[in-house]
Write a protein that binds this ligand. Structure first.
Ligand SMILES: C[S@@+](CC[C@H](N)C(=O)[O-])C[C@H]1O[C@@H](n2cnc3c(N)ncnc32)[C@H](O)[C@@H]1O
Length: 263
């Protein structure tokens, strides 16, 4: 029997996805959810995807997978908008939050929801190799050179630029250091189409560096358009003067009432 034939497929559902990942990984659902974007914030992002002007299937760029919850949710949302949409994901597949082989779980999740044909995975760091400290002292892989040690492709964004790729939107939820994030955003100006959207996760009190980057984003290249709970949204401007503006605030940093805070 072909093993895949026994793989139970169903429509995407956030609770089913966390249960599937919990069963498949032996991690607790609390750990899975704590390392992932909450469902309400993914719903907020999906609402913005529906509003994107386009005359063709959507192309998305997803940076930072962990076990694939946000990736599966948003790829499914894109497919509902147009079933030929494609999400390209970038993640080095290094052990994270006690999950040793996260990419196996991501693949299982995408397969469970029949999203394989709408997904193009890149196993690599967005920029240079980084953030592999939590790999140290973990058990060894079956090979000496593996993602366990941070061995992975690097400079994925630069490669995508060299290949001339363009995206309708990008989500950044990978390396959370401010300077790294700032350099990723600079490269994303080349990759996101004019008027396309950039979503930043963790724009909240737990990540001061991310908040600072978001609040300083109105540089002419990107303009802040919304911020709800922990997700910040910016729009890529048609052209950039390269000049920073006065830094005046265009939106509330946090909405306690759960309402869209359009600037
Ligand atoms: C917070 S988790 C992502 C959670 C995921 N977005 C979700 O909500 O389901 C961060 C992920 O980013 C990955 N990561 C770290 N540095 C990265 C980089 N430079 N480029 C791409 N991914 C990176 C980590 O290995 C981890 O899988």
């Amino acid at each position: 029997m072909v093993r895949d034939a026994a793989f139970h497929r169903c429509d995407f559902n956030y609770d089913d996805a966390t249960q599937f990942l919990t069963r498949a990984s032996r991690a607790s659902s609390k750990d899975i959810v704590a390392g992932s974007i909450p469902e309400e914030d993914l719903a907020f992002i999906a609402t913005h995807l529906k509003g994107l002007k386009r005359n063709r299937p959507l192309r998305g760029l997803h940076i930072g997978n962990f076990v694939g919850l946000s990736l599966a949710y948003l790829t499914d949302s894109m497919r509902q908008i147009d079933d030929e949409s494609v999400m390209l994901s970038v993640d080095p597949a290094i052990p994270h939050r006690g999950i040793d082989a996260p990419h196996d779980l991501v693949t299982g999740l995408m397969t469970r929801y029949g999203l394989e044909a709408n997904w193009l995975p890149v196993t690599g760091f967005s920029l240079e190799r980084s953030g592999v400290a939590d790999v140290l002292n973990r058990k060894a892989s079956h090979t000496r050179f593996s993602s366990y040690n941070g061995f992975s492709a690097t400079e994925s964004l630069r490669s995508l630029i060299r290949m001339g790729q363009k995206f309708d939107f990008a989500l950044i939820d990978g390396n959370h250091s401010g300077p790294y994030l700032r350099r990723e955003i600079k490269m994303l100006f080349e990759l996101v189409r004019p008027n396309g959207l950039l979503f930043l996760d963790d724009v909240d009190e737990n990540w001061a560096g991310v908040v600072k980057v978001f609040e300083n984003l109105d540089s002419g290249a990107f303009k802040r358009v919304a911020h709800e709970n922990r997700v910040g949204v910016v729009r890529r401007q048609a052209s950039s003067s390269g000049k920073r503006n006065s830094g005046k605030k265009v939106g509330k940093r946090k909405n306690q009432n759960g309402k869209d805070t359009k600037a």
